[in-house]
Design a protein around this ligand. Structure first.
Ligand code: HEM
Length: 526
């Protein structure tokens, strides 16, 4: 029997290569209904475009992520990617000040200098990781530039936040380990900037007067500003990181086209456009169907999620002939939908394109060729973003040999000294959950009180005590749970396996869903 096409955003075999599934949906079920998760999906270009742009029928305020929409989670005010007019119009209007062509073009030199510094450090190495060494570094620093945090201030703010951290109650430090956003702390920066006004975006935003949705003329609250910063970091960091990964991966697989870019660097913007079409970092965007409508001549009822399959639309043969082929010289008759369309069109699209272009230009200038090591690369999909979490690549000139040989599975099961379960688990661990909106770093502190494990876990959502913790040194199995207060009260159940100084597993967060996490030991404790 001919099985009907199937798609959901969670199945790992689909995520690995969703394109054959997308093709079948376009051809056999252009209006698709998934019974298991009770949502609709559209895959043809015109339908996806309509889903994204008819904002009164397909609304954003239930959240653009399937599990958020299904759970009916309340979205904090100011997260305007998940808002509808009139609130969305007000909030987007304020943030749009940061994205004027003058401001964005003004960043080009700074981004280039940052990229050069970042890549120069890699020259001479035989192997690099496109994510750890490039993708995880540049987009986050660019958000800092966008918010107008000058480099000399970054140092000063770091000193202030470090000093504040030292005065904090013992055992309750902020998590400073995961890069720029947390290292700077938007809250701290805003407070500091309020006391030290200057000619920058933040000072402007602190002083801006606007008319809110209730017609009241006022300034932004500190909380609103922090939310905006986090929305920008959340929407612009992970996605651009994945764009960098896809650029490296796809060009490594098309060396002829990469060579062409060396000969004709003016084609680099076209190459970025084609990578965006071919491997969109956000392959599906969700909406809530607010009133009865139709797709493909069939009735679609209000009150269900609609998944707009951008990754499928971008390869619709009707609009992109030979759409499954990567071709930087393709004639672009219609735009891809990678940045969405309509009132929610990605506000950072010019910036993301610029970052992609600069990174590729500077990359080719230093490493004309590279070969990715797909055996050791890891692809992840959160509920919003699909891309490489690690992408090791051989950039050496001589014949390829792996600098860090791939782990031997036989050896792993036998357990060498380095990867055996540790005898004690107490200490500080950096735990990163791959949550629905991207990686969520936290610090887990465990103490052993006469065989009973206790402690706390702190991250952006605050600090909460760890409950029901257990660890078995014979197997390396660990379990614990804690309570999350924001965006709502939920219990998170962690379970995983510890090997050496690392752990990995899964966290079940209330009814929202299950997410993978990884952990790394920061320090040993008693
Ligand atoms: C390759 C990189 C990027 C991709 C693929 C991407 C993708 C998207 C998509 C598909 C949307 C529309 C969501 C919807 O219709 O519900 C969106 C919106 C948004 N993006 Fe991006 N984005 C990228 C980079 C950035 C950057 C660099 C920033 C900022 C620094 C940013 C900030 C935003 C914001 C604030 C919104 C919400 C706009 C609104 O709701 O009005 N994005 N992005």
């Amino acid at each position: 029997m001919h099985e009907s096409p199937y798609w959901d955003p969670y199945r790992v075999d689909i995520t690995q290569n969703p394109y054959p599934f997308f093709k079948r949906l376009r051809e056999e079920a252009p209006l698709y209904y998934n019974e298991e998760y009770d949502f609709y999906a559209v895959s043809r270009y015109d339908d996806v475009k309509r889903g994204l742009s008819e904002h009164q029928t397909f609304i954003s305020s239930r959240g653009g992520i399937l599990e958020l929409m299904r759970a009916g989670v309340e979205i904090p005010k100011g997260v305007f990617i998940f808002e509808d007019p009139p609130l969305h119009t007000v909030h987007r209007g304020i943030v749009a000040r940061m994205f004027t062509p003058r401001r964005i073009n003004g960043l080009e030199e700074q981004i280039r200098a940052l990229t050069r510094r970042t890549l120069d450090r890699l020259v001479g190495r035989e192997e690099i990781d496109f994510i750890a060494d490039v993708g995880a570094v540049i987009p986050m620093a660019v958000i800092g530039m966008l918010l107008g945090i000058p480099e000399e201030d970054q140092q000063r703010v770091r000193q202030i936040t470090d000093a504040r951290m030292r005065t904090k109650e013992a055992g309750k430090p902020l998590d400073y380990s995961s890069g720029f956003q947390l290292a700077m702390g938007f809250e701290e920066y805003l407070d500091w900037r309020a006391e030290h006004p200057s000619d920058d975006v933040m000072t402007e935003l602190l002083n801006v007067e606007f008319t809110d949705e209730q017609g009241v003329r006022r300034k932004l609250t500190r909380e609103e500003l922090v939310t905006f910063c986090n929305v920008l970091a959340g929407a612009g960091n992970e996605t651009t990181n994945r764009l960098i990964g896809w650029t490296a991966k796809v060009l490594a697989e098309h060396p002829d086209q990469r060579r062409l870019l060396l000969e004709q660097p003016e084609l680099i913007p076209d190459a970025i456009e084609e990578v965006l079409r071919f491997e969109p970092p956000a392959p599906h965007v969700g909406r809530w169907i607010a009133r009865d409508t139709e797709f493909q001549g069939q009735r679609v009822p209000a009150g269900k999620p609609l998944m707009c399959l951008v990754g499928a639309a971008n390869r619709d043969e009707e609009k992109f002939p030979d759409g499954e082929r990567f071709d930087i010289r393709r004639e672009r008759r219609v735009p891809h939908l990678t940045f969405g369309t309509g009132i929610h069109t990605c506000i950072g699209n010019v910036l993301a394109r610029m970052e992609g272009r600069i990174v590729l230009e500077e990359l080719l200038a230093r490493f004309p060729e590279w070969e990715v090591d797909l055996e050791r690369a890891r692809l992840i999909q959160t509920s919003t973003v699909r891309g490489w979490e690690t992408l090791p690549a051989w950039v050496g000139k001589g014949p390829r040999r792996s600098v860090h040989p791939a782990p031997n599975p036989a050896e792993e099961t036998a357990g060498t000294e380095g990867d055996a379960p540790p005898s004690h688990i107490a200490g500080a661990w950096r735990i990163v959950v791959q949550g629905p909106t991207g990686p969520m770093p936290t610090t887990l502190r465990l103490v052993d009180r006469d065989g009973a494990l206790m402690g706390e876990q702190s991250g952006e959502g605050g600090t909460s005590p760890v409950e029901g913790a257990s660890y078995d040194p014979a197997t390396g199995e660990i379990r614990w749970q804690n309570r999350i207060e924001r965006p709502m009260r939920l219990t998170a159940h962690f379970s995983g396996t510890v090997r050496g100084g690392r752990m990995a597993g899964e966290v079940k967060v209330g009814f929202i869903g299950k997410f993978p996490f990884t952990g790394e030991r920061l320090e040993e404790g008693a």
